[in-house]
Write a protein that binds this ligand. Structure first.
Ligand code: UDP
Length: 405
């Protein structure tokens, strides 16, 4: 059964749901479309899966379009993504620009935005679509990545497209760009506490899914769950584990499914595979499986997020919600989730990572105390209901007509 707003009331509280209903009243019957480039894999798809349903539950006619692309296109857009996150080597050659713009146009021929009152475009892949429409409604660009130190040539390439939008939404205050003249809004991401990935699952079920993959629930587990992406530094996680296991018995799990708009995955996976060789107690998992993600986030002694850049890092809130402390680098949106020494530790290097992993594994009480604080922190700040309210507030600003419920 797909959860109703009533189901969220039990977790978020009655007032939160009442406010959602009241503030969205005039939007009932309005039409909003979200556009992104994958239906599965990565944080954006994860969020839209719930957000779009809940917007409809509030009677806002909300749809979700997928921007289609070839392997070549997504190779190019991943380079753009890397450049926007600060990769100095990323560049848009004339060939890359041509493929990007041609495939954008192809998508525009196939997608019509006529009855929409608001269009929300996520991330750089579908960004340039806006150039092909005679705008009948406001368009917002929702950027999920950390663009603070964007490579100037990539930012220069996308800026004319960004400028066509009526507003921009970023995840953190520090991501606002001084050279963007339109209003810039902040919406922090969130998790769905009722999804298969985040709702409680029985211990025997967890034992079964972990056991099936050779993971021993009765021995300490340290885990990172992230796309195989250089920015998530999985090789650094292997180093943390190698150091920690000299002090304490532990298994390592690296789980990363492959997102269809991220063609770098297989190559990075292979690098990790080569580094691991025939070492015992390491589990590399590439399947897409929300129950397994849930079991790992619940039963690991600690979750690691060793990112070099991280727009937000949903995996952090997902783990904290399950009462599992997180050891993570202090980048992007992570420090708003991990409060150092309270619900996990922020680390600057491999040695700190290994030290805190060992401490966490050896100290059950510390783990439990931090876990309880982590869950509460997520309940207050990073549930989908707060996220939905942020969208309603922004939609109320941009949509001028009153809908027909
Ligand atoms: N994820 C998953 N399986 C995997 C790896 C990741 O379901 O093997 C999910 C993860 O649980 C989270 C999302 O993908 O919901 C990743 O979001 P995040 O913000 O952490 O990173 P992004 O991939 O968007 O950079």
């Amino acid at each position: 059964m797909i959860p109703t707003l009533k189901d969220y009331e039990k977790i978020a509280g009655k007032e939160v749901i009442e406010r959602l209903k009241t503030s969205s009243g005039r939007l009932a019957g309005c039409h909003i479309s979200h556009v992104n480039s994958t239906s599965q894999g990565g944080g954006v798809a994860e969020i839209l899966n719930t957000l779009v349903i809940l917007m409809n539950r509030l009677k806002i006619d909300t749809s979700w379009r997928i921007f289609k692309g070839s392997y070549h296109l997504f190779n190019i857009t991943k380079k753009m993504h890397n450049g926007l996150q600060g990769d100095p080597k990323a560049k848009m050659t004339s060939f890359r620009k041509r493929v990007y713009l041609e495939e954008t146009e192809r998508n525009c021929i196939m997608n019509h935005f006529k009855t929409e009152d608001l269009v929300v475009v996520h991330d750089p892949q579908p960004l340039a679509m806006i150039m092909h429409y005679e705008k009948r409604q406001p368009w917002l660009w929702r950027c999920h990545i950390d663009i603070t130190n964007a490579n100037p040539s990539i930012w220069g390439f996308i800026q004319p497209y960004v400028n066509r939008y009526d507003g921009v939404i970023v995840s953190m205050d520090q991501y606002k760009k001084p050279d963007v003249t339109q209003p810039q809004h902040i919406i922090m991401p969130s998790i769905d506490p009722l999804s298969i990935k985040n709702a409680p699952i029985r211990e025997d079920k967890r034992k079964q899914v972990l056991g099936k993959r050779g993971i021993d629930q009765d021995r300490p587990i340290i885990t990172q769950i992230s796309r195989f992406d250089p920015w998530k530094d999985p090789l650094g996680v292997v180093k943390i584990w190698e150091k920690a296991r000299k002090e304490v018995d532990c298994q390592l799990v690296l789980m990363g499914d492959m997102a269809s708009d991220d063609p770098e995955g297989p190559a990075i996976y292979q690098k990790v595979r080569d580094k691991i060789g025939d070492k015992k107690d390491v589990h590399l998992i590439t399947e897409r499986n929300d129950v397994l993600v849930n079991a790992l986030q619940t039963d690991s002694s600690v979750i690691i997020q060793n990112s070099i850049r991280e727009g937000f890092g949903l995996t952090v809130s997902e783990a904290l919600w399950k009462g599992t402390p997180v050891i993570a680098t202090a980048v992007g949106g992570i420090p708003s989730q991990v409060i150092h020494g309270k619900n996990g530790f922020l680390i600057n290097n491999i040695n700190e990572g290994a030290k805190h992993c060992t401490e966490m594994i050896n100290n059950t009480r510390l783990r439990q105390e931090m876990g309880a604080q982590g869950r509460e922190h997520v309940r207050k700040n990073f549930l989908i209901t707060r996220h939905l309210q942020d969208y309603i507030d922004i939609a109320n600003k941009y949509i001028t007509r009153t809908g027909q419920p």
